[in-house]
Design a protein around this ligand. Structure first.
Ligand code: C2E
Ligand code: CA
Ligand code: CA
Length: 414
């Protein structure tokens, strides 16, 4: 790493930067006074006089544009330097919508406070290289803005998705591998967007999670998942389905902040006529960062009689510490290992290690992403308890799930 100066001293009258300079850092005033100025018609126009603890020069960095005004030391100044990366890295990590709003505000401020003449003058002054640089910079910003606007638009559509009846739960069976019986189903959310058809959760769940939309949508999921299982249970009377099948519901970390979560689930469960042990909640390791809150949430789930499955195991930190500390009932091996286990030795080794880990902790293991018979066979020989994947069945609407099992019943009767 390069050693960068953190402070710089300026003598009275000394220029810190000029209008039109390329900004590579911003400043905070540790000591002294700084004038922000514009030169117009050979006259100096003071825009602001800043004192201790004030920040300046940040607009050029965040807005990715040349300095819109000059800065000069009025007294002897000691300035702390904020490196470009300190701001730009934070902007990269910020919510894209917030970042876009900040950039828009800065551009507006430049136009309104500094005046249109300044922009005109800057445009005239720029040489060819500078013009090219600005073009590149503006393209990046436009792309970022397009992305952020896309998110805002999607959020607006998602807000109406429940009132407009556009959400749907699909069910995918989870099989007890040794007996071949359906032990339960994972409930997977689908969005029937009128403009683009059936949308899969990977393209919209993150927008719900970044906003509070995951709370109402998550509650709807609880309700629809319980109702879905109740309908399947009522209409499918098959020896290949467990007497008390479960429904596995995905819960995102943000939903741990939903104070009404368990009340909503209890209402949904009782009105569907399900037993508490028929509800399985799927969480990922991300919730462990919530520490005590996550532990209390899990204890409450257990108190109400639900079971907990740790989803996507093997992809995150997979800290063994949590397996001992956290009250888990099932571990789900991430599908990426199962799908590659026959082609890639490393994936096979990881899958086997997770099955062994489950056995040692006495926690049943569910393997997802089983796409063919060889995957299932391998997992059975490892001693894996449950399996889920396209080999058994793709996720399907509740009506199609019912039809599938009714057909199976007819076939086995024939
Ligand atoms: P997940 O919880 O890991 O769900 C399993 C995903 O794997 C599902 O994708 C399922 O369709 C897919 N899958 C199952 N078997 C196979 C297979 O054999 N091969 C392949 N290639 N894929 C298989 P889906 O339905 O697109 O869901 C994606 C993710 O969206 C889920 O991953 C889950 O994290 C999230 N999600 C789905 N529904 C909900 C929900 O109601 N609430 C929340 N918070 N998240 C949800
Ligand atoms: Ca899941
Ligand atoms: Ca998973």
């Amino acid at each position: 790493m390069v050693n960068v100066p953190t402070y710089k001293v300026y003598e009275p009258g000394e220029i810190i930067f000029n209008e039109g300079d390329i900004g590579d850092c911003s400043f905070f005033i540790e000591e002294g006074q700084v004038e922000i100025f514009l030169d117009r018609d050979d006259k100096n126009h003071t825009l602001a006089v800043l004192g201790e603890n004030e920040i300046f020069g940040e607009m050029a960095i965040i807005g990715k544009l040349p300095r819109s005004a000059g800065a000069r030391a009025l007294t002897r100044c000691s300035l702390g330097i904020i490196q470009k990366e300190q701001l730009s890295d934070r902007m990269k990590e910020a919510d894209p919508v917030i970042a876009m709003i900040i950039r828009v505000l800065i551009q507006r401020l430049r136009r309104e406070v500094i005046g249109p003449q300044a922009e005109d003058r800057r445009k005239k002054q720029t040489n060819e290289d500078e013009k090219r640089r600005l073009k590149v910079i503006r393209t990046t910003t436009a792309e970022e803005e397009k992305y952020a606007l896309g998110k805002i638009k999607m959020e607006a559509l998602l807000r109406n998705a429940i009132p407009n009846n556009e959400m749907e739960m699909h069910f995918q069976p989870i099989i007890h591998l040794r007996s071949g019986r359906v032990a339960g189903f994972e409930a997977l959310l689908r969005w029937n967007n009128p403009a683009s058809g059936l949308v899969y959760p990977d393209s919209f769940i993150n927008v719900c999670e970044e906003t509070n939309l995951i709370i109402p949508i998550g509650r709807w999921v609880l309700e629809a998942s319980c109702q879905g299982l109740a309908r399947i249970q009522k209409r499918v009377n098959l020896s290949s389905v467990a007497a008390l099948p479960f429904v596995s519901i995905n819960v995102s970390g943000r939903q741990l902040h939903d104070e009404g979560f368990f009340d909503c689930l209890e209402r949904a469960r009782t009105s569907a006529g399900l037993k508490p042990q028929q509800i399985k909640l799927e969480i990922t390791e991300q919730i462990f960062v919530q520490g005590q809150r996550a532990l209390e949430w899990a204890e409450k789930a257990h108190f109400l009689g639900y079971t907990l499955a740790l989803d996507d195991f093997g992809t995150g930190y997979s800290s063994f510490q949590y397996l001992g500390m956290f009250p888990l009932d099932f571990i789900k091996i991430d599908k990426s290992f199962i799908m590659k286990m026959l082609e890639e030795e490393k994936s096979l080794v990881i899958a086997r290690a997770i099955v062994n880990l489950g056995q040692n902790f006495n926690i049943p293991v569910i393997a997802e992403g089983i796409e063919d018979a060889a995957h299932a066979q391998n997992l059975i020989s490892m001693g894996c308890d449950y399996g889920q994947g396209f080999y058994f069945s793709k996720p399907a609407s509740i009506e199609d799930t019912i039809k599938n099992y009714q057909q199976k019943k007819k076939q086995s009767a024939a």
